[in-house]
Design a protein around this ligand. Structure first.
Ligand code: SAM
Length: 183
């Protein structure tokens, strides 16, 4: 990461995460670097064939997943980004990696095969919709949803709409991460 800022510039201390300054990020949209490393490690541990990310932004997570897949020696990432300029930035970040950056909405896409690992990190309103749309293809797989700290609206949407189909753990990171096996 080029500019590594303390997460406390963007996230206030909370009861469950009193030291956001321990985490680092490029900006307020990019996932915390420590969480990026965790998701890369999941891709190494799970050896997936197909990984899907929604919301590529500048490609920091996409690149980490792509590097993990390259190290695995098999598998590919499809990552979605609605902003054309950001999709191009992400493409550049993921050059020579097994990553396809699609400049289209995650919700315009219908999966046609099993998704082995999924990272949902697009709009606040779209992540639960993506879960619903991809559900048949992520059943039994591991997924991660970003921004699930108690102060984020994504958490309430998960609890209201899809919690019965998840075996979750909630990580007390600054912005929050929910990792789950999909039932
Ligand atoms: C929080 S950022 C993603 C951060 C990135 N995953 C990372 O870890 O660095 C959210 C991104 O999702 C994009 N986005 C929002 N809704 C989307 C959708 N339905 N499909 C694809 N991209 C979307 C936004 O343009 C934005 O770039």
């Amino acid at each position: 990461m080029r500019r590594n800022r303390r997460e406390s510039e963007y996230t206030q201390p909370t009861e469950i995460c009193p030291h956001p300054e321990y985490w680092h990020t490029g900006d307020c949209e990019t996932t915390e670097q420590e969480v990026v490393e965790l998701i890369g490690a999941f891709v190494r541990a799970l050896q997936p064939e197909l990984v899907v990310e929604t919301g590529s932004y500048k490609g920091v997570m996409s690149r980490a997943i792509g590097e993990a897949l390259k190290k695995n020696g098999h598998g590919r990432l499809i990552t979605f980004e609605v902003d054309a300029a950001l999709a191009e930035v992400s493409r550049r970040a993921c050059r020579r990696l097994p990553v396809e950056v699609r400049h289209e909405s995650s919700l315009a896409w219908r999966p046609a095969e099993k998704i082995d690992f999924c990272w949902l990190d697009s709009g606040i309103e779209t992540r639960v919709q993506e879960f619903e749309q991809y559900y048949s293809y992520i059943k039994g797989s591991i997924i991660g949803i970003h921004d699930t700290a108690p102060h984020h609206p994504v958490r309430a949407q998960i609890l209201e709409k899809i919690i019965d189909r998840l075996s979750p753990i909630w990580l007390p990171t600054p912005r929050g991460v929910m990792l789950a096996q999909v039932k």
